[in-house]
Design a protein around this ligand. Structure first.
Ligand code: HEC
Ligand code: HEC
Ligand code: HEC
Ligand code: HEC
Ligand code: HEC
Ligand code: HEC
Ligand code: HEC
Length: 343
């Protein structure tokens, strides 16, 4: 890696198996990791093969030579890995580009806003700007007023779901993001979810799947929405992941009558999130993303499915006497005999 003034470069193996120096034109990410985007002569944007992990402060390989060869379809410079087809729909608002398959050329790549902006969640706003009176509210989507909770949550689900478009764009490739989705619309008509799951086939192993998790939960059934727990308009580091209250206070605000007995009588601290939103998924490093199905991942599952299956208890209890089998036994006993802590 090198630097000239305010410009940053990465020298690495390109599509022709030879070394070239590529300029980092754009940067994505700040919370978990950063990736760097370069532009090829044909207008295609590619994600350079080096990733910065924020928490561990280290550089790691990303679709580079450690794992893939140029031409394998998975190497960073391969045709199948362009930012236009794979990323821009979720990481920018109002993305546009043209692609000519005959000449393999991209033209007119642009977006109306960098990152997630108003129109990503509220739909197109041009008519709203010029509207007056009653027309003001008719010309814009308020996600909180979409009647069906599941359809409302699709506003977030358009990006917080892993999958691919149903249609091929320009008849060439499916995109990593939904095509032709607008807030208020029906996501499942245009987007096929393909979540990365743990061996149990239920809990999330990969990131940006919060909507799919939530759909499995009692919160979906009763209409407890993403924005009941998260601020949608705060900027900067107001608190971790923009939750409306910190830690368990968020849960206790609604769940006022959790008994201090049985499984809920084990801990003096009773950290709801620790047990009900275990950090099973990975963005930059394993376990940096929370499960959103609000189910407890039982240590008996780890015993049954092996070490690739984490569980809620062992994510905190990792001493040598706390093997999954020991935790499963304790949990089983507590369920049978009960346990109450004075708080
Ligand atoms: C379907 C939507 C979607 C697509 C497609 C997508 N992402 Fe993301 N990405 C997200 C969401 C949502 C998050 C944040 C939530 C999470 O990670 O669970 C995220 C997180 C990230 C982050 C970390 C952000 C941070 O602040 O740390 C980076 C970097 C990133 N994506 C890069 C990419 C690249 C590169 C591509 C294309 C190869 C891509 N993403 C494709 C939705 C998407
Ligand atoms: C990540 C999605 C998202 C983005 C981006 C977003 N909003 Fe919102 N907005 C929502 C949701 C969800 C609601 C309703 C629930 C709430 O208030 O949190 C809302 C509510 C509102 C409301 C209140 C409507 C009412 O009837 O009270 C206004 C006004 C608004 N947004 C304007 C904006 C503007 C302007 C921007 C850009 C600067 C923006 N929003 C960006 C999701 C978003
Ligand atoms: C256009 C795609 C898109 C939409 C729509 C979207 N998100 Fe995100 N969201 C992202 C990406 C990408 C990130 C990663 C941060 C970044 O790079 O901006 C993110 C990050 C987050 C975070 C982590 C906090 C942070 O500041 O990074 C939360 C919480 C979140 N989104 C909730 C929501 C909710 C709730 C909605 C619906 C009201 C929503 N998002 C709609 C793409 C989207
Ligand atoms: C806005 C109110 C609200 C908030 C905040 C809230 N819940 Fe809930 N929760 C509900 C409602 C309503 C139900 C469905 C009725 C019930 O089972 O009590 C529910 C159900 C549940 C269930 C049982 C449903 C199932 O899928 O089996 C669990 C577990 C749960 N919530 C955990 C949590 C946790 C953990 C938090 C904090 C991260 C939380 N809740 C925050 C309102 C809320
Ligand atoms: C030690 C782990 C643990 C902690 C901490 C924990 N739970 Fe639970 N919770 C469980 C388990 C396990 C179940 C399922 C019942 C069972 O297996 O016996 C459950 C069930 C639930 C249910 C559905 C059934 C019911 O009792 O109504 C709700 C709602 C719930 N928990 C909310 C919470 C809230 C809110 C907190 C924080 C105050 C919390 N839990 C803290 C392990 C935990
Ligand atoms: C019942 C409350 C609740 C609901 C509903 C909820 N979240 Fe969260 N979310 C949380 C909590 C708690 C965290 C972890 C905060 C922390 O670490 O302090 C979190 C973390 C996140 C993060 C950061 C990455 C991660 O998963 O750890 C994203 C992104 C996110 N939520 C998106 C969403 C989206 C999108 C929805 C709706 C589909 C949603 N959330 C619904 C409580 C909720
Ligand atoms: C968020 C972290 C966290 C999670 C998740 C967690 N624990 Fe704990 N556990 C603790 C801490 C800290 C203590 C000691 C302080 C206390 O009692 O709160 C403890 C204490 C205990 C004790 C009491 C030990 C003794 O000597 O009496 C038992 C039993 C226990 N945990 C079982 C479990 C089981 C079973 C689970 C999974 C369902 C679990 N824990 C999940 C952090 C956690």
């Amino acid at each position: 890696m090198s630097r000239k003034g305010d410009e940053f470069f990465i020298t690495t193996m390109g599509p022709d198996n030879k070394e070239h120096t590529y300029k980092a034109k754009y940067l994505i990410g700040s919370v978990w990791k950063q990736r760097y985007v370069t532009e090829f002569k044909n207008g295609s944007l590619h994600i350079l093969p080096v990733q910065w992990n924020v928490k561990t402060q280290e550089w790691v390989d990303y679709h580079g030579l450690k794992k893939y060869k140029p031409g394998s379809g998975k190497y960073w410079s391969d045709k199948q890995r362009t930012y236009q087809f794979k990323c821009t729909g979720c990481h920018n608002t109002g993305s546009e580009f043209q692609y000519d398959a005959a000449t393999d050329t991209f033209t007119g790549t642009k977006w109306s806003d960098k990152g997630v902006a108003c129109e990503a969640c509220h739909g197109p706003g041009s008519n709203h700007i010029i509207a007056e009176g009653d027309d003001l509210s008719k010309t814009i989507v308020n996600p909180a007023k979409i009647y069906d909770p599941n359809r409302a949550a699709m506003v977030c689900g358009q990006c917080h779901t892993r999958g691919s478009s149903v249609k091929k764009l320009f008849g060439v490739q499916k995109t990593g993001y939904p095509l032709d989705y607008k807030p208020g619309g029906q996501l499942n008509f245009v987007y096929d979810p393909k979540p990365g799951l743990l061996p149990d086939d239920e809990f999330s192993r990969q990131h940006h799947q919060q909507y799919l998790d939530w759909k499995k939960s009692g919160h979906e059934a009763t209409g407890v929405m993403c924005w009941d727990c998260h601020y949608t308009h705060r900027q900067g580091a107001s608190n971790k992941y923009q939750t409306k209250l910190p830690g368990s206070l968020l849960c206790k605000n609604c769940h006022v009558d959790i008994e201090k007995a049985g499984v809920h009588g084990i801990h003096s601290t009773n950290n709801c999130i620790g047990c009900h939103m275990p950090t099973t998924a990975k963005s930059a490093t394993p376990g940096d993303i929370h499960s959103h199905s609000f189910q407890v991942l039982d240590p008996a599952k780890t015993v049954e499915l092996g070490a690739k299956e984490p569980n809620s208890c062992n994510l905190c209890h990792y001493h040598k006497d706390d093997k999954p089998a020991d935790m499963a036994k304790i949990l089983d006993e507590i369920r049978k005999k009960g346990r109450t802590i004075k708080r």
